[in-house]
Design a protein around this ligand. Sequence first.
Ligand SMILES: O=C(O)CCC(=O)C(=O)O
Ligand SMILES: [Fe+2]
Length: 126
Amino acid sequence: TQVMAVNCYPPCPGPEKALGLPPHSDYSCITILLQNLAGLKIFDPMAHGGGSGRWVVVPQVTGVLKVHIGDHVEVLSNGLYKSVVHKVTLNEENTRISLASLHSLDMDDKMNVPCELVNDENPVRY
Ligand SMILES: O=C(O)CCC(=O)C(=O)O
Ligand SMILES: [Fe+2]
């Protein structure tokens, strides 16, 4: 299935005091995203040697689509690929608009970790 989300973030005089979108991962297999202004940040858990991690700004580049993976791929890969945690911060002066296209299994589909990915070192994680 495909779900399109159209997000509109009005300007905010105190962006550090408000959240555009709180940290989350998408339930999708993949999410394709178009933004008119920077504001999306992704969490890099491996930064600083896997210590506390850090938030990385996704730059706005005209005409560029950003693709990230969601929870379905994390489960289908038995945790080999991690769902990308992301959030949105607001802009002081400008309205930010993003189009997110989430591509997923059907609502009623059941998914399993493939048995090929399970062995003594890699137990079933989901
Ligand atoms: O506005 C964005 O850049 C992100 C939107 C988002 O994360 C979502 O709709 O799930
Ligand atoms: Fe998202």
